[in-house]
Design a protein around this ligand. Structure first.
Ligand SMILES: *[C@@H]1O[C@H](CO)[C@@H](O)[C@H](O)[C@H]1NC(C)=O
Ligand SMILES: *[C@@H]1O[C@H](CO)[C@@H](O)[C@H](O)[C@H]1NC(C)=O
Ligand SMILES: *[C@@H]1O[C@H](CO)[C@@H](O)[C@H](O)[C@H]1NC(C)=O
Ligand SMILES: [Ca+2]
Length: 168
């Protein structure tokens, strides 16, 4: 009797947690939640704002890491849905020209999805990466390096909630 109720309780708890893995307006993919901004910000402000809004949920958020083709595909679909033609992700070569690292985990990028002729570090001043859709120029949600100061919409990521998180 008690065990049945306990099991039911645990089950509904699990269901509730799974259901709420990502807050409203965030999209769930594997162990992450992604948020596509409406406002345009510099790369630095984009990162700061991801951290700020993550804190609103008591989670640590950053600019998105896109480290495999499946994640790229998931984010491409989200961008198509909102008709976006450019969004910052958390990739930059600010420290060493030509060597790109993810801000969320510090790792050097292994999966790459550069558009035609990218990265080109144009005018010696392009160190922040965005996903771009620009069909005439051959960008099919592929990556471009941009000046970090150009205001652009951006994609945040944070971990999806799970039992482990809630029980600490
Ligand atoms: C966020 O969610 C609300 C409620 O579901 C919806 O009305 C709104 O359009 C959403 N905003 C964005 C940017 O998707
Ligand atoms: C952000 O920039 C894009 C491209 O320039 C523009 O279409 C969009 O309206 C801007 N968004 C806001 C909220 O200003
Ligand atoms: C972009 O890539 C998708 C598949 O990822 C493909 O279906 C589509 O035709 C491509 N569009 C252009 C303009 O190349
Ligand atoms: Ca560069």
């Amino acid at each position: 009797m008690t065990t049945v109720w306990t099991k039911l309780l645990v089950l509904s708890f699990v269901a509730a947690v799974v259901f709420c893995a990502c807050p409203n307006n965030w999209s769930h993919y594997e162990d992450k939640c992604f948020f596509l901004s409406r406002d345009n910000e510099t790369f630095a402000d984009s990162l700061k704002l991801c951290e700020v809004i993550g804190r609103q949920y008591g989670r640590s958020a950053s600019l998105a890491t896109v480290d495999d083709a499946k994640t790229q595909e998931f984010l491409t679909d989200l961008m198509i849905k909102i008709n976006s033609d450019g969004m910052y992700i958390g990739l930059n070569d600010l420290v060493e020209e030509g060597t790109f690292h993810w801000v969320a985990n510090g790792r050097q990028a292994t999966y790459l999805n550069w558009g035609p002729g990218q990265p080109n570090n144009r005018w010696g001043n392009e160190n922040c990466v965005a996903i771009r859709f620009d069909a005439p120029n051959g960008f099919n949600y592929s990556w471009t390096d941009d000046p970090c100061t150009v205001p652009t919409t951006y994609i945040c990521e944070m971990v999806a909630a799970n039992i482990g998180n809630l029980l600490g």
